[in-house]
Design a protein around this ligand. Sequence first.
Ligand code: GRG
Length: 296
Amino acid sequence: MSAEKYLSEIQQLIDGAVLQYLPGEKSYPECIHEAMHYSLLAGGKRLRPSLVIAAAESVGGDRQTVLPFAVAVELIHTYTLVHDDLPALDNDDLRRGKPTNHKVFGEAIAILAGDALLTQAFILMTHASLMEKTTEKNLLKATHEMARAIGSCGTIGGQVVDLQSEGKPIDAETLEYIHIYKTGFLIQASIRCGAILSDATPERLALLSSYGAHIGLAFQIIDDILDIVGDEKKLGKDIGSDIGKEKATYPALFGIEKSREKAESLIDASLKCLESFDDRADPLRDIARFFVQRTF
Ligand code: GRG
């Protein structure tokens, strides 16, 4: 099955599960639930939940078992997008092809919707069905890892350095820090958590971690390139915003061609990490290739 077919299958699974695992859109107080539903159902690619599921399946796990955790990861990702788009951060008007959350619901509700998505994610990571179908130790380990990946020594740390670097010349080391922390950690943690919940051996987990580190960095490099040469309609957001905000990016430091070469070599390295895996890891292989070939 091609990566795009696999992703569209998981996209449908996640879209259905999101509705099942969120308070209803009309639950009181309606505006917060409408705002949560609005951003979650605006049509993301569902890459991170796909990675939770593909990693689980690569080590013999089961997609239904890890499904609440996979949905939780999408909630976390969506919270970062909602908050990142706020006037105090990137001040963006378009996301996933629609007006950003604060443009529709106002800034206060957008802040609270992001907070609520993050909180709901922890409710799902400790969902009763996960407690029944996985071991307590694995569930605690995965939840702890996810929390660590998105905290001030993870995603938020990366975002802070990104903010502080706007308009300033930065070196390659700082740029790599921003990309790994801001984007890579959530991608890598999605893979690790899918594997941990499926009782992966330490050897498999180490290989999957390394696969995740490579594709996580490659993903953000390609995102930087798409911000220059991408198609706004396909991407569902304005392009050129990195240049406008004088953001630290790979193309700004190394040029588009060298950046693409770097992303391609990271994908090659990620595929090497999977050499000892059987065909149950094919979706992970395909997703890695998709990361570097994507146009949206
Ligand atoms: C904690 C507020 C806060 C931010 C953390 C993740 C992040 C930093 C900010 C979000 C905006 C951004 C540019 C993130 C980089 C990662 C990225 C390229 C996100 C877009 O991911 P896709 O392409 O989006 O998977 P869809 O919409 O398909 O889910």
